[in-house]
Design a protein around this ligand. Structure first.
Ligand code: GAL
Length: 476
């Protein structure tokens, strides 16, 4: 029996857990993966976000978003001084891009709606041309047999709302309900898979605590308030979607990182718990009805101050699925002088593993650990990997992009997803970040995450080796 046959037998018997973990992991890594290993109902797709690909930043009545504002007025915050004004020009090229998805056999596309295309001022007057644009995108997806998975909010708050305090204003709960109500009424008949938020643990601290993303604030009080308001918006948005989308599959997404302590020193072990509470649990626990992780992260007391009577019940929402987004892991140690979290990361380059173009450690086993971790929560809904991928410096050579590192990265991470699945974790799908190279926030266009290379001068798309592999894999 070849190793491959052996592995398939093991998987078929559901006996993966009988093998020593390291042997199974190795087997999975050296063996070619097959789509069928994941079962017939497993969801496969690629992911993008409105601001990162659309361009058309002020077209057809679109209002300004915090990312338009941030990249135009705080240019120095973007390493390359670039912006998403044009990005991949998806606003004008969505048809050929979705056709390319179909040609690549990609069954599902996760994308987001730009709030300020729908409601240029954030609330009030609806921009019909914005509504129409996403109808065209969704209709094209359906025509090409690409199932739309829609994220309501992927970081681009209307600037008009930021001027009223943005997520730190408790009215954001109302604003968000209004917006989600409009889009789910508009598209709920055609789109069944919805995600309320993309990665609250990224946009809230990056935008309000350390100020490296829009709106660029460094303000503890705003941060604490924003955490609580965004937690409340998960439940509020989830409830609106549940009532408007018949037969909907309603979820939300969380960034997460497997966390190790630098060593066994008690202070470092405690720091690892604190890091886990901050990175992996701050938004997830209250949504699961467990409240803020105050015991492991005492700073949560500052957040709890903003809980109003009746909030506890509303913070919880029974999602149909939880999206996990993972890229790397963190190794941490205790560092008292860091406010709020009191820990710091060991730099990735000291960890001895490969690194991506983002300076992130390649650590496939982390995704396995995370699936196991979240699966262990009582009453956790099914999990979907809504983002995983890597940036590497790709070049087009004679019309080809030989991105071997990305291809290996995807295979290695997928093997770990399969490992967790074969051990009984209820993980139902996997989306690669990203369909094509795009605007990588404060990093500009340099880091390339796509399965499809984009030349940002000519907008020429070139399917990379990883994209070709994925389409073959999907075809099988
Ligand atoms: C995620 C984010 C995406 C993308 C990706 C790669 O955190 O949701 O928008 O930028 O990271 O950095």
């Amino acid at each position: 029996m070849t190793r491959e046959q052996y592995l398939r037998l093991i998987a078929a018997l559901g006996a993966g857990s009988l093998l020593p973990q390291n042997v199974l992991a190795e087997l999975l890594t050296v063996t070619e993966l097959r789509r069928s290993d994941f079962g017939t109902n497993f969801i496969w797709g690629t992911a993008t976000a409105a601001y990162q690909i659309e361009g058309g930043w002020n077209e057809d009545g679109k209002g300004e978003s915090i990312w338009d504002h941030f990249t135009h007025y705080k240019k120095q915050k973007i390493k390359t001084r670039e912006n998403g004004d044009v990005a991949c020009d998806f606003y004008h090229r969505y048809e050929s891009d979705i056709e390319l998805m179909r040609q690549m056999n990609i069954p599902a596309s996760r994308f987001s709606i730009a709030w300020s295309r729908i409601l240029p001022q954030g609330t009030g007057a609806v921009n019909q041309r914005g509504i129409d644009f996403y109808h065209r995108v969704i209709d094209k997806c359906l025509k090409e047999n690409v199932t739309p998975w829609v994220t309501c909010y992927h970081w681009d708050l209307p600037q008009a709302l930021e001027e009223k305090g943005g997520w730190s204003n408790r009215d954001s709960i109302k604003w968000f309900e209004e917006y989600v109500n409009i889009i789910s009424n508009a598209y709920g008949d055609k789109v069944k898979n919805w995600m309320v938020f993309n990665e609250p643990m990224a946009f809230v601290p990056l935008g309000y605590l350390i100020g490296v993303h829009a709106p660029g604030k460094v303000n503890f009080e705003k941060f604490y308030k924003a955490v609580h308001n965004v937690v409340m918006c998960h439940g509020a948005g989830g409830r609106v979607l549940r009532s408007n989308v018949k037969g909907g599959n309603i979820g939300t997404t969380f960034s997460c990182s497997h966390i190790d302590a630098k060593n066994d020193k008690p202070a470092n072990l405690k720091a690892a718990k604190r890091a886990d509470a901050f990175i992996n649990r701050l938004f997830f626990d209250p949504i699961m009805g467990l409240g803020y992780p105050t015991q492991d992260l005492p700073a949560c007391k500052q957040i709890e101050k903003h809980i109003q009577p009746g909030d506890e019940e509303k913070m919880k929402f029974d999602f149909d699925f939880i999206g996990l987004q993972n890229y790397s892991r963190m190794m941490v140690y205790n560092l008292g002088l860091i406010p709020i979290i009191h820990f710091a990361n060991v730099p990735a380059k000291k960890l001895g593993n490969d690194m991506t173009d983002m300076g992130w450690e390649v650590y496939p086993e982390g995704i396995y650990q995370l699936i196991k971790k979240y699966s262990a929560y009582k009453d956790v809904p099914p999990l979907v990997i809504t983002e995983n991928g890597a940036a590497f410096p790709d070049v087009v050579n004679n019309g080809e992009v030989n991105d071997t590192k990305r291809l290996q990265f995807i295979k290695d991470y997928l093997a770990q997803v399969l490992r967790a699945k074969n051990e009984g974790a209820d993980v139902r799908g996997y989306f690669i970040w990203s369909f094509m190279d795009n605007f990588e926030w404060a990093e500009g266009y340099r880091p390339r995450f796509g399965l499809v290379h984009n030349d940002f001068t000519t907008q020429k798309r070139t399917v990379k080796a990883s994209g070709k592999w994925f389409s073959e894999f999907l075809k099988a």
